[in-house]
Design a protein. Sequence first.
Length: 545
Amino acid sequence: MVQVKTSDGILEGELVENEFLGGQYYSFKGIPYAAPPVGDLRFKAPQPVEPWEGVRSAKQHGPPCFQRDYFINMTLELVGSEDCLYLNVYTPEIIPDKPLPVMVFIHGGGFYGGSGDDDPYGPDFLVPNGVILVTMNYRLEVLGFLCLDSEEVPGNAGMKDQVAALRWVQKNIRNFGGDPDNVTIFGESAGGASVTCHLSSPMSKGLFKRGIAQSGHSTCWWTKPFEPREGAIALAKNLGFYSEDSKELYEFFKKQPVENLIDASSPINMEQLGKQSKQQQFCVVEEKDFGTNERFFYANPYDVVRNGIHEGVDVMTGYTEDEGVFWLAIFPDVKDTLEKINRYNDYLTYEPLAEVCTASQRLEIGKRLKKYYFGNEKASMQNFDQLLKYFSVHLFTYAAHQWTKIVSSNAKNNKIYFYKFGCKTERVFLTNLDYVRKYLGDKVVVCHGDDLTYLFSLKKDEMKVVKGSESHRLIEKICKLWTNFAKFGNPTPDDSLGIQWTPYDVENQKYLNISNQFEEKSHPDAEEIKFWEDIVREFYPRYVH
């Protein structure tokens, strides 16, 4: 039992055993960092916590944002609560000799699922390296990202939740042994995209010193909704309410049962109606300026990043070898996809180009991509690996390269460390799910999210660590790279790991190949990325470096 005083009251945490690597650390869970966003606060920017009297227990997680459980236990049941603005702090020491570096993790989940709980994001691997780990929940989907382009609902409430959590860290982390002047934010997938948004957001400036973006960037097309206000109107119609008046829509959505705001995307045009996947409608928007609101994001992501990121903030970023396998997990009707690729020549058109190009141009783009990946053959299970390569670039890696190249070219005293992740052990997670494995057979791949299992302990029995194993060796090495970066702004400040990792620049494109053997290389996936860049440059140069 241990108590810590915060700006809102006294918390009682606990000293817990590190059941994976041995030793102990202090745990404080379910700490409120903003007022419950319920009632009239639904869709609003986060408000201050109401201070409490006496001692508040911090031994249980707060609820995640209300959601269908795609990511937490994968039951598809409805879980969580609107009252979800809680964070967790794990620290090796409350009163260290000198304040400890702080790592604040932002969970992924496509902006519509996930949580910061220790089931998927346990602290046991990172904290023994002398850092404090903070994880958080934030509002998701409609609750976090409804946008009516109005003063009442300008959008990005979920991102402003993250800012509120970072402000809480600045105000309180000293009391847990942390250094508010040495904070690193990191995240994966939508969490990685969040990190890159914070790197450019005026609201986030000064709240952290470094950033790590894993397999997600603000330049990924799925971070930016297509016509978000139209998406809100379409959702209202789907729920039986026909109005385009912002105040009427706000009152309608505010009174809706929370269950009506889950899995809520609705097609807004015939093109979306015919697509296999739902268009992402509730995520980071370009906020209008009403003179009374703090704006989190203010323009197209490519335009924002061309203005540079916060001066002096260093970055680590990269992706996994086989990101595209993630597509199998979210849209597992492979037969339907193969049929559509073979039937419709525009099916493989890159999503951002599909929004801005003519029908004839989309047909041309789709044909070129189809030819590149399948040659003159039909798409089938015999060349299925080519489809997964396509989805890797379409969903993740094209945007990763563009974000990194643009930031590097406009650097303001920023170092960038780039990586490609390919560790192959039993700790691959998504690819071991039955409905994914049936398509992969015995093939070992490193999918979207598989890097997380080397940074965080999972409570699932099959993810226990055997000391002295290959996965144990990799966990220690990878956690050292991440925590070295958090401590020093350099993942390899000395030769203790036997690794050299040179900062990235557009000319040399140095990166670290993080696999069972670590090796510095240059120009990752150069031929494939150039092919995509040439197409984008021809049809819509705004989206290419």
